[in-house]
Design a protein. Structure first.
Length: 240
């Protein structure tokens, strides 16, 4: 089995401020993986993400800027608390402009444990070719997430992870884009990439999350074999 993409929520505010709420709620089940990406401009400050009603507070990755013009931060909740009407909020300690938020919701198999497999921090550059830092994954039940931002409004295309087209793309604005892949095999030194229509500054984040099945609790082959032998003995002795 594999992760299932459930839904996403986004919002965009250009005016200066400290708070941005997703414009629609998510029906979050217990154990869901939540991955968020927060982009803003003109201020170096603390950026956090959490459910507006409390709970589901995101662990935030490294804050990154490109020339102190614009910033991004990736966050995640590895095992969410159930809430049928979760509205997620990005908060800045100091007001910033051009705020964009994306939250993606993924569901692992029942009983699985989700861990952060790899996140090497964001990459920056100035070109039409956007690329994250390289990561290596270790799981065969994996979701890899990328978020990218350009300083200027642009059209994004050819969104890929490890040179394979993304399974899904969510774009809250022309200067912000996120995409993901769900994988059933590992890769080595892979990157998240995209092409921008504008030759200019960009930031790109990548993170991989692994789902691992819990051990025990099931019927093993030796147990099944012993059970079949018991049935056979009952048949041959006239017990059935």
């Amino acid at each position: 089995m594999a992760f299932t993409f459930i839904a996403s929520a986004t919002h965009t505010i250009n005016a200066s401020g400290t708070i941005i709420d997703c414009s629609s709620p998510l029906n979050v089940a217990a154990g869901d993986l939540l991955v968020a990406w927060f982009r803003f401009e003109n201020v170096t400050t603390t950026a956090t993400i959490a459910d507006t009603v409390g709970g589901n507070v995101f662990t935030m990755d490294t804050l990154q800027s490109n020339g102190a013009d614009f910033f991004s931060r990736l966050g995640y909740v590895l095992s969410a608390t159930e809430n049928a009407t979760s509205t997620f909020r990005g908060t800045l300690a100091v007001a910033g402009y051009s705020r964009r938020i994306v939250v993606m919701q993924f569901r692992p198999d029942a009983g699985d444990t989700v861990t952060l497999d790899n996140s090497t921090g964001p990459a920056t550059g100035s070109s039409t070719a956007i690329a994250s830092t390289a990561i290596t994954t270790t799981g065969t039940d994996e979701v890899v997430f990328c978020g990218a931002s350009t300083y200027s409004t642009a059209t994004y295309s050819v969104q890929s992870i490890n040179s394979v087209a993304a399974d899904g793309i969510v774009s809250p604005a022309g200067d912000a884009n996120t995409w993901y892949r769900i994988l059933s095999s590992t890769f080595t030194n892979g990157t998240g990439t995209a092409t921008s229509s504008v030759n200019g500054k960009w930031i790109c984040n990548i993170a991989a999350f692994k789902s691992t099945a819990s051990g025990g609790g099931g019927v093993t082959y030796p147990q099944l074999e012993r059970g079949m032998r018991g049935i056979e003995r009952g048949v041959y002795s006239g017990g059935l």
